[in-house]
Design a protein around this ligand. Structure first.
Ligand code: PEP
Ligand code: MG
Length: 757
């Protein structure tokens, strides 16, 4: 069967009609209103390829491709597509298509009726990415010659460079992938959109409906932020209506071609769907779900008062839904790459792949930067990006820390973003779930801004502080109402200056180094004054310092994470550490008594002794002039905390990013072992608990500034252990504060109940 009407297809026909075609058949058979149409089957495509005699030449081009040579891949894709476009279509197939199209015209009573032509993937077990993708939809095709031309374009789209790359990478045989084409009467929609028959992120029995004016393209392509409605399926109660400002719509011009136009002023903020229409849609959603026996993701349209479904497919992503309500990627395309959500928020933009530092100029405002791993010299370009995607890294790597601070959504550790994503394609990035979708969607959930991280009026006894790395992020962090800065990562501030601290010393510019540090720290101290700011002395691994001017002589270490960093390095280079102490002294003398000093990555109490001695040497007396504390980041320090306390500590802060990697032998920047990295591993939690308890016994303030301090359910446990302060990323502060308040109240309540027993 080469051409089949929807009426003659069912959902079991994926092998011939593809997923879309089979579902349209199933809906038609179930009596759900669907604009009529037919499918040019996968067998028709196979016949075309065979009879045109082009299989061998196509396969030969594919055999010779080096898919990692982007230019060659593009050229090969173009060549194959032109072979397909130029090859003759078997005469009987042409006749079939004409016959079915003309019959469709008769059925709807229109000459040369407008149809939509879409590719339809034929194998359930092959992901969409192995096919051409959703953009291969051609609207308003009319007349049999044009229909045939666009069917051919759909066939050719099976050989887009991206699809070839994907199949090669995943070892799918090109010759076994076929494509069907759906030809369907255009619904000239007055309003259209999408409906999930359950909440795709929670599975709740709520119809989630998005709608906008005109053709559904505006919603599907993400050109518009649609109205959002929620209807409780139990009793059809409308539980949420969010009307958005709908700026554009697709409509027909006088030739029947669809065009993007501005929504008339009086309709922009008008509600698209009435209560009655919402209930009609919900009822239809219930029917579709009952028919399929599972939650469905649908596209709908109202043509005047008539409701149609244009597409239906099972929601395959329940739980890790790419189309979660709050993240609103809506009907954006396939998930192109997955990684770890490192900085929350949605971002859209054009992909710019940066493989070399020389390419940073490519990044213009609003682009999505895609790179292996960011380095400090990339920060200026990172600031211009609307989102960041990396191949490598975990949630505490350079890219993660900086993007959180800048409030830029970020996905790290994808493994393959630089090879999978194509330059200049539009993508949507979900920095919470760690997903990058094809296509541009208007994001509702924006990266946190001062406005949406505004402090909640919640008072907690446990202090809730902020982590800050860059002076420019201080205002935003302070706007959260944080109780101070529990970690000022100085190396980022230094690294963004672009010059290696050792170079200042080598050039005899100690004073300049002191001023650079003091000026930058002052910005943070001002933003938080008089709340405490804990300045952490330099802790950059050698592979980060290397990129700085003057960093050429950094040693090449096998594993920089286990190498020359933190206080051990600083004690080897005391001249740099002394400059840091002098900078803090200078600020204290200017009245910034709120700045404390914290040393990183200590494994031996002797280091604390030496560091405090150096600080006294510059005339800043630890514990007297300045609060002096340390991070607990190495199991050795957690185990020997009593001895450190004996030497003298004003405070301790748990650096769980490092504590986790050193306890579990998991490189925190290595995406291959990321799944073994867990701050909640019982051994890590034991070290944390022990440190907190020992500090409490000794009356030493104990805080946390690792990423675990931004994870509410971990923070809840730490409050139970008796932690006295928590330092989180700016975007997490509001949530953490609520969690802390609840945990504190629970402790009080439990104690009161005990007394009553
Ligand atoms: C940590 O290790 O938990 C920490 C906060 O320090 P950094 O992430 O800068 O190593
Ligand atoms: Mg650390």
């Amino acid at each position: 069967m080469y051409v089949v009407k929807f009426e003659d297809l069912s959902k079991s026909d994926i092998g011939i009609a593809g997923g879309k075609g089979a579902n349209l058949g199933e809906l038609t058979q179930a009596g759900i209103p669907v604009p009529p149409g037919f499918v040019v089957t996968a067998q028709a495509y196979e016949k075309f390829m065979d009879e045109a005699g082009i299989n061998d030449s196509v396969m030969q081009i594919l055999d010779e491709i080096d898919i990692n040579d982007t230019k060659a891949l593009q050229a090969a894709a173009e060549k194959i597509k032109s072979i397909i476009i130029e090859a003759p279509i078997p005469e009987d197939l042409v006749l079939f298509i004409r016959e079915f199209y003309n019959e469709l015209c008769q059925r709807v009573g229109e000459d040369d009726t407008d149809v939509a032509i879409r590719s339809s993937a034929t194998a359930e077990d092959l992901p969409e990415a192995s096919f051409a993708g959703q953009q291969d939809t051609f609207l308003h095709v009319s007349g049999d010659d044009e229909v045939i031309e666009y069917i051919r374009k759909c066939w050719a789209s099976l050989f887009e460079a991206r699809a070839i790359f994907y199949r090669e990478e995943n070892n799918f045989e090109h010759s076994k992938v076929y494509i069907a084409v759906v030809v369907q009467k255009m619904a000239i929609a007055d309003k259209a959109g999408v409906m999930f028959t359950v909440n795709p992120s929670t599975g709740e029995e709520i119809a989630l409906i998005e709608g906008s004016w005109g053709l559904g393209e505006a919603v599907v392509s993400g050109d518009v932020t649609p109205d959002n409605y929620q209807v409780d399926k139990k009793d059809n109660e409308i539980i949420n209506v969010t009307i958005s400002d709908k700026k554009v719509m697709y409509t027909n011009d006088e030739n029947g071609t669809s065009v993007k136009v501005e929504v008339p002023e009086d309709m922009r903020n008008a509600r698209v769907l009435s209560d009655e229409e919402l209930i009609e849609l919900t009822e239809m959603g219930k029917r579709v779900q009952a028919h399929y026996g599972e939650p469905m993701d649908t596209e709908w349209a109202f043509e005047r008062d008539n409701l149609f479904l244009l597409q239906a497919r099972p929601i395959t992503t329940l739980g890790d839904a790419p189309a979660e309500e709050d993240s609103d990627v809506g009907e954006t395309g396939d998930v192109l790459v997955k990684g770890l959500g490192a900085s929350p928020g949605m971002a859209t933009g054009k992909v710019k792949i940066v493989l070399d530092i020389d390419e940073l100029d490519k990044i213009k405002d609003g682009d999505i930067m895609v790179t292996t791993m960011t380095t400090p010299d990339m920060v200026p370009a990172m600031r211009r990006a609307s989102g960041i995607v990396t191949d490598e890294g975990g949630v505490t790597c350079h890219a993660s820390i900086i993007s959180r601070e800048l409030g830029i959504p970020c996905v790290v550790g994808t493994g393959n973003a630089t090879t999978t994503l194509e330059e200049n394609i539009g993508v949507t990035l979900d920095g919470k779930k760690g997903l990058v979708f094809e296509g541009i969607s208007e994001a509702k959930e924006e990266a946190p801004t001062v406005a949406n991280v505004e402090a909640a009026p919640i008072i907690t006894v446990t202090e809730v502080k902020a982590n800050v790395s860059m002076p420019e992020a201080a205002e935003r962090a302070a706007a959260t109402g944080a109780d101070g800065v529990g970690l000022l990562r100085t190396e980022h501030l230094m690294l963004t200056s672009g010059i290696h601290p050792g170079k200042f010393i080598a050039d005899g510019k100690e004073d300049e180094l002191i001023d650079t540090i003091a000026d930058n720290v002052q910005i943070v101290a001002d933003a938080f004054y008089p709340k405490p700011v804990w300045y952490r002395t330099l802790d950059a691994p050698t592979d980060e310092f290397i990129t700085l001017e003057g960093g050429e002589n950094e040693p090449r270490e096998h594993n920089p994470m286990l190498g020359w960093r933190g206080i051990r390095r600083e004690l080897d280079q005391p001249e740099i550490l002394k400059c840091e102490f002098k900078a803090i002294k200078k600020l204290h003398e200017k009245g910034y008594a709120n700045i404390g000093i914290m040393i990183p990555l200590s494994q031996n109490p002797e280091e604390l002794k030496q560091a405090t001695a150096l600080c006294s040497e510059v005339g800043l007396e630890p514990h007297k002039d300045v609060d002096f504390g340390m991070m607990v980041e190495i199991p050795a320090a957690a185990i020997m905390i009593d001895e450190y306390i004996k030497i003298g500590l004003d405070f301790v802060s748990l650096g769980t990013n490092d504590l986790t990697q050193y306890t579990l032998a998991v490189d925190r920047n290595n995406e291959f072992v990321a799944k073994h990295y867990s701050e909640e591993h019982p051994a890590v939690m034991k070290l944390i608990e022990r440190t907190i308890r020992k500090c409490a016994e000794a009356g030493v303030t104990c805080s946390i500034c690792g990423q675990a301090g931004s994870v509410p359910h971990i923070v809840e446990k730490l409050v139970g252990f008796g932690i006295t302060s928590v330092s989180s990323n700016a975007d997490a502060i509001a949530d953490v504060r609520k969690t802390v308040a609840r945990a504190e109240q629970k402790i009080i309540l439990d104690a009161a109940r005990k007394r009553l027993e």
